[in-house]
Structure formats: C-alpha cells, structure tokens
Write a protein that binds this ligand. Structure first.
Ligand SMILES: Cc1cc2nc3c(=O)[nH]c(=O)nc-3n(C[C@H](O)[C@H](O)[C@H](O)COP(=O)(O)O)c2cc1C
Length: 192
C-alpha cells in the first residue's frame, strides 16, 4: 500500500528514551510522502531530560513534517469534526496515556486527539513503551487490545531481567503496522 497523501497523525508522549527511534521512523514516513501532523502531550512539550530538550524535539518534528506540531487541547479538538486523519499513531505511548485512554480521560492534547479521532470510527495505532506494561498497566493494555478500531505495533519485553514488567514496541514495524491498520487488520505476530 502506498502511504503517499495519507493523512497520518503522530502523537508523541513522554517516553523520551524512544524518541531517536521515533524520529527515524518519521523520516521514513516523510520519504513516503505521507501528510504528517504531530501532536505533543504536555509532558512531551515541556520536560527536558538526558534524552534531549523539549524545544529541540518540537523543532525536529516541524522540520521533518513541514507542519507546526499541535500543542494544546483546543488545537487537537478539530481532528474530530474536520476528520483530519486517516490514522492516528500514539508514537511512543506512555503507561500514563495508555491508562487514561483506557479509562476515558481526555486531559492532554494527545488524549484529545485520540478521542476526537476515534469518534470518526477510524484506526488508532498504539506504540507501547512503558516499564509497567506487565504490571499496573496490563489490565489497560488488555482493555485497549479488545477495543474497536485500536491496533498495536508489535511489542515485547525489552529487558526481562532488569525490568521484568517493561515492554516496548518494535518501532521499526511502524509502516507495516500502519498499512495493516488502515485496512482494518492487526499486524501479526503482535508479540515479539
Ligand atoms: C527521562 C524520562 C523518561 C521517561 N520514560 C518513560 C517511558 O519510557 N515510558 C513511560 O510510560 N513513561 C516514561 N516517563 C514518564 C512520563 O513522561 C510521565 O508519566 C508523564 O506524565 C507522561 O505524560 P504523557 O503520557 O501525557 O506524555 C519518563 C519520564 C522521564 C522524565
């Protein structure tokens, strides 16, 4: 499937250790000539860490996509009425955002984007990245796995000995996972 001209929302949440891989995949999507709009959660747009400065990530997103990121709930709200995206990807998706999404909470630009997009009966793809995936958040991941129009980039344990509850998505499978979700299918195998 060609992604040329597809309108793809990429919502970044505060899993900062994943950002290098995320930006690599954004470059690939841009090379496919997809129309990319990023959305930054409040954490993603404000927290600086050893993985980089928020303002640098915001600038890079703008440079790769050619569009200013959405940074507020009012900016993300028109995604619903305007039916702005063919697909929305939570890339990367923290445990915090997974837990809120599974429980109907809409208090960040990313969660507003997800709610607005899902009302249009279109696919939402999640890229799990959290240390509590097999702990406190397993129930929420289970709930989302069984929710209409929600798909996952294949994921697995990244460091079972040191972080036994941690799971992370295989970000390099973004494009095949997107293509499957756009056709209403979960890319398989989902566990890796
Ligand atoms: C350096 C750093 C790295 C983090 N990495 C992760 C992570 O990989 N996964 C995660 O779920 N939370 C991670 N967090 C915590 C989230 O940023 C925090 O829960 C935040 O409230 C998430 O908000 P959001 O989901 O709205 O982006 C990290 C925080 C910091 C400061």
């Amino acid at each position: 499937m060609s992604l040329k001209g597809k309108h793809i929302g990429i919502a970044l949440t505060g899993s900062f250790c994943t950002y290098e891989k995320v930006f690599q995949e954004l470059q690939k999507l841009a090379a496919e000539e997809a129309v990319i709009q990023t959305i930054f959660s409040d954490a993603a747009q404000t927290l600086n860490s050893r993985f980089g400065k928020a303002e640098d990530f915001i600038r890079r997103a703008g440079e790769i996509t050619g569009r200013k990121p959405m940074m507020s709930i009012p900016e993300a709200e028109p995604i619903g009425p305007g039916s702005l995206f063919d697909i929305l990807v939570l890339f990367p998706c923290t445990g915090n955002t997974i837990a809120k999404l599974a429980n109907g909470i809409t208090d960040t630009p990313v969660l507003m984007a997800a709610k607005a997009h899902l009302r249009n009966n279109k696919p939402l793809l999640i890229s799990v990245s959290t240390n509590d995936a097999l702990g406190m958040n397993m129930k929420n991941i289970g709930l989302l796995l069984n929710t209409k129009n929600i798909y996952f980039i294949p994921f697995g344990q990244d460091n079972p000995k040191a972080k036994p509850n941690s799971m992370i998505a295989r970000t390099e499978l973004l494009i095949p996972s997107l293509e499957a979700a756009l056709q209403g299918r979960q890319y398989q195998p989902i566990l890796c």
